[in-house]
Ligand binder design. Structure first.
Ligand SMILES: [Zn+2]
Ligand SMILES: [Zn+2]
Length: 307
């Protein structure tokens, strides 16, 4: 079987393992609630090709647009799928794995917020403050990034959506999650490149994809701004930041990132993309090394924030 004679489709450039990969595929068989296909993955950077057979459970086959929504509804009738949060059966809901009403419950963070780290201001003093308000931690330790945008509260059902996307490999959620980010991001600066917060190679091997790369890839296509892959790399594995003291968090990520191609970032306005803003230490460390490599400005966007 040659790739050309049997190619049934070429998927949108698809990023796994922080490499730009194009997948060609063709049908093979349908059995046990799954669709089997042959697959040729081409690395656009190196030209390497990998041949394999893959299976897709029906529910993960059809992501978002209208014709596929119709087909998904059809499959959902045959194989009922339930919303991850409320367990209601899903029939034709636009977001995979979530019902319409649960998805609408995702809570946006509203202004006023710190002009650096976007921490929501909840104190009465803060509410009376001007647009130039800086939160205490940012005044004490100004971040290396120019500005961060964090869009939604890290709570149910978004928390489940991120968990399923990140740890359960439900990559069909990349597009609706990236769309959530773009929907709230109205004041966009002019950018030269987009950089996803990298994973260490051990973690990447374990998870098989970097969720930040998938989000950044969608944003990059939507904004027509190039995606800089493997420009910023993680040089060692680190423990999760949540629950550590400020000092421990700083030590945890210190020297954990490096710029692989400094010439690529020099003088550039860059956007770092991360999924969850926990304390900001990780994105700040990334911004620090990018600034050391002479990046002109570093901005940060994250989908959700621990509140
Ligand atoms: Zn639901
Ligand atoms: Zn702040």
């Amino acid at each position: 079987m040659t790739e050309e004679s049997h190619a049934a489709g070429v998927l949108h450039p698809y990023i796994i393992s922080q490499q730009p990969l194009t997948m060609s595929w063709g049908p093979s068989s349908i059995k046990s609630g799954a669709f089997f296909a042959w697959l040729v993955v081409t690395n656009r950077l190196t030209g390497d090709k990998t041949f394999s057979t893959v299976s897709f459970p029906f529910i993960e086959l059809f992501p978002m647009d209208l014709p596929s929504r119709f087909l998904r509804s059809l499959f959902h009738l045959l194989l009922p799928v339930r919303c991850i949060t409320c367990a209601q059966p899903l029939y034709g809901d636009p977001i995979p794995f979530f019902c319409r009403s649960c998805w609408k419950r995702i809570r946006p963070l509203t202004d006023p917020a710190c002009i650096h780290c976007h921490r929501p201001i909840i104190s009465p003093i803060g509410e009376q403050s001007t647009l130039q308000y800086r939160c205490g931690p940012c005044r004490l330790h100004p971040p290396a990034y120019q500005r961060a945008w964090t869009f939604y509260a890290y709570e149910s059902p978004l928390k489940e959506a991120i968990g399923q996307f990140k740890y359960r490999g439900k990559v069909a959620l990349a597009k609706p999650l990236a769309q959530l980010m773009l929907a709230r991001w109205t004041e966009r600066p002019i950018l030269d490149g987009i950089i996803p917060v990298p994973l260490h190679r051990d973690r990447l091997r374990e998870r098989e994809f970097n969720q930040c790369v998938l989000l950044a890839d969608y944003i990059s296509h939507h904004l027509h701004v190039p995606l800089y892959l493997r420009t910023l790399i993680k040089t060692r594995s680190t423990a999760p930041q949540a629950g550590l003291t400020r000092r421990a968090r700083l030590l945890n990520v210190k020297h954990a990132f490096a710029v692989r191609h400094p010439a690529r970032v020099e003088g550039k306005c860059l956007l770092l993309v991360d999924d969850v803003f926990t304390t900001g230490t990780t994105v700040n460390e990334c911004a620090k090394v990018l600034r050391l490599a002479k990046a002109q400005t570093v901005y940060v966007v994250t989908l959700a924030r621990m509140v």
